[in-house]
Design a protein around this ligand. Structure first.
Ligand SMILES: Nc1nc2c(ncn2[C@@H]2O[C@H](COP(=O)(O)OP(=O)(O)OP(=O)(O)O)[C@@H](O)[C@H]2O)c(=O)[nH]1
Ligand SMILES: [Mg+2]
Length: 211
């Protein structure tokens, strides 16, 4: 009995190794407020019917990484199954006074700043476990920031695929070309995660880059 059981277990393990390709684990990264959770929600809504998390105009809304496994994206001819991780916004400076300026009282603002700092650490730790990154940038802002350059440098150093989403192109002042010109070595897709603009092109690029 013991021998049969052990044979079964070994066979199951071997079968898994040979035929069960692991899902690509893709992290959604970027500075606070770039629209990472809005994009994660859009992807999940389009392909699973669920949502990932809450969205807010206030920075550092997401303070814990959230993962959704087995999201299958189908584009013309391509199909890819991903584990998607929405991460807390990366920042080089977190100041509780910024939250007070948004109307929070001091105690709450300090708590929030501490959580946001822990969120940044968590997001950086997650980078180790990923097969690829979608870097979301707000196309109305300057792309040459320490956060963007650090994430890109990290992925390049590990030869992992990166896709840039130049988000908020529904806003008149957006300039996705500035982002494209800043990082010409990586594919950039101009999208509006909020309105769904150009989202099909993003799905095609996702299937191409991470498939
Ligand atoms: N106009 C416009 N606004 C957007 C778009 N995507 C997100 N937003 C807005 O930007 C704000 C931040 O969106 P979130 O999805 O919470 O951003 P995030 O990157 O997850 O932010 P953190 O979790 O705080 O790091 C919200 O007010 C969104 O409604 C977009 O494509 N166009
Ligand atoms: Mg978020």
């Amino acid at each position: 009995m013991g021998i049969i059981k052990s044979f079964k277990n070994n066979f199951a393990g071997l079968f898994k190794k040979l035929f069960n390709k692991k899902n690509a684990r893709i992290g959604i990264y970027g500075p606070p407020n770039a629209g990472k959770t809005t994009l994660a929600n859009k992807i999940l809504r389009d392909w699973t019917g669920d949502a990932m998390g809450s969205v807010s105009h206030m920075a550092h809304e997401t303070r814990r990484a959230r993962r959704r496994e087995g999201v299958t994206i189908k584009t013309n001819g391509n199909s890819i199954t991903l584990d998607i991780v929405d991460t807390p916004g990366l920042a080089t400076k977190i100041d509780f006074q910024d939250f007070m300026a948004e109307g929070m009282e001091e105690g709450e603002a300090k708590r929030r700043a501490k959580e946001a700092t822990e969120g940044v650490i968590e997001a950086v730790k997650w980078l180790e476990n990923l097969d690829g990154v979608i870097l979301v940038m707000d196309a109305t802002e300057d792309p040459f920031t320490q956060v963007n350059v650090t994430v890109i440098g990290n992925m390049e150093a590990r030869s992992l695929p990166l896709l840039i989403a130049a988000n908020k192109v529904d806003l008149e002042e957006s300039s996705p070309t500035t982002i494209r010109d800043a990082f010409p070595q990586h594919p950039t897709v101009a999208i509006s995660a909020l309105e769904g603009k150009n989202i099909d092109t993003l799905y095609e690029e996702i299937a191409k880059r991470f498939g």
